[in-house]
Design a binder for this molecule. Structure first.
Ligand code: GDP
Ligand code: MG
Length: 300
């Protein structure tokens, strides 16, 4: 259990020195909003130059496999990598990576990979809960790169675009039908596309039609083809990840405004659980004088 007394300055210093235990502890405090999470967040020295790469896409597209492969390559390049997995469908499937990490621990004193899965709870304050705050805790440590995997269903790929500097959308050759879906909106959220499972039929034609579509919309996003479980196409993708610079200025301001709004929303929605509202409404909706406006007043 976490003791009530936490020395914030000590926590902060250890965090910036890359102490893994302290990092795990700080993340737990922040994820569960346990005091002094709020004071800790306010005192953090957050390094905004550490790139946050969002990896999103439908379940089963190979995101975790891809993250695994990318991370192995980045480790070879002596990068220190943090991974946040926000995936309710498979909370933790970095087994092989963890195996590497354990092996690495034997050889070095400091592990170069930190993996953490984020619980997605029923709170209404955003699908990904406290992901933004957890990213900022990671940014206060000494990583070279932070990778966030989110499962792309509906709104979540748009949400990750509001958290990451660069978002990579992972698709599979069978996703031809999803092109329409991409056309309507996803173009704005992804800075790069990956056609994974390139070992499967139709990968080339799918990648080409994606490229054509990007060009038609006067965009410049690259399309990579990967076979993640065989580490193919990973070098090119890593090269892009390490060398593409986030355009600052306008996008950055919008990005920060979105974050501010998200934090205000989360704060206002604090303590409000969908399940609780469900139970209340379930009972009261049949009362003759049920009035939604009076009902919501108690949370205002
Ligand atoms: N054929 C093929 N299978 C892959 C490839 N990448 C991942 N897979 C498999 O696809 C399945 C789903 O992968 P996973 O990484 O868990 O997908 P996620 O849900 O997007 O994270 C697993 O069985 C992987 O082994 C690939 O490039 N080719
Ligand atoms: Mg996954």
């Amino acid at each position: 259990m976490i003791s009530a007394k936490v020395d914030i300055n000590q926590l902060k210093d250890k965090l910036s020195n890359g102490d893994i235990r302290t990092l795990a502890r700080a993340l737990t405090l922040v994820e569960n909003d346990i005091s002094p999470a709020e004071d800790l967040l306010k005192s953090l020295h957050i390094n905004r130059n550490i790139p946050v790469i969002g990896i999103t896409g439908p379940p089963g597209a190979g995101k975790s496999t891809l993250v695994n492969s990318i991370t192995n390559r980045l480790c070879e390049l002596h990068k220190k990598v943090a991974i946040l997995a926000v995936d309710p469908t498979s909370p933790f499937n970095y087994g092989s990576l963890l195996g590497d990490r354990i092996r690495m621990l034997k050889h070095f004193n400091q592990p170069n990979v930190y993996i953490r899965s984020v619980a997605t709870r029923g709170s209404l304050g955003g699908v990904s809960g406290r992901t933004l705050e957890m990213i900022d805790v990671l940014r206060s440590s000494d990583f070279d790169l932070i990778i966030v995997e989110t499962v792309g269903v509906g709104q979540s790929e748009i949400e990750i675009a509001g958290l990451a500097d660069q978002t990579i959308l992972v698709l599979v050759p069978e996703a031809g039908d999803e092109i329409q879906h991409i056309k309507s909106g996803l173009m704005e959220v992804a800075q790069a596309f990956v056609v994974n499972k390139a070992d499967r039929e139709g990968a080339d034609s799918f990648a080409n039609s994606l490229r054509k579509m990007i060009k038609e919309q006067h965009q410049m996003m690259p399309v990579f083809k990967t076979t993640a479980d065989k580490d193919l196409g990973i070098d090119e993708l890593c090269h892009w990840i390490l060398n593409s610079k986030v355009s600052h200025g306008d996008r950055n301001t919008h990005f920060l405004v979105d974050q501010a709004i998200k934090l205000i929303q989360n704060k206002r929605m604090k303590g409000i659980e969908k399940a609780e509202i469900f139970n209340l409404i379930k009972d009261r909706q049949f009362e003759g004088d049920f009035n939604m406006y009076r009902f919501v007043e108690q949370w205002m």
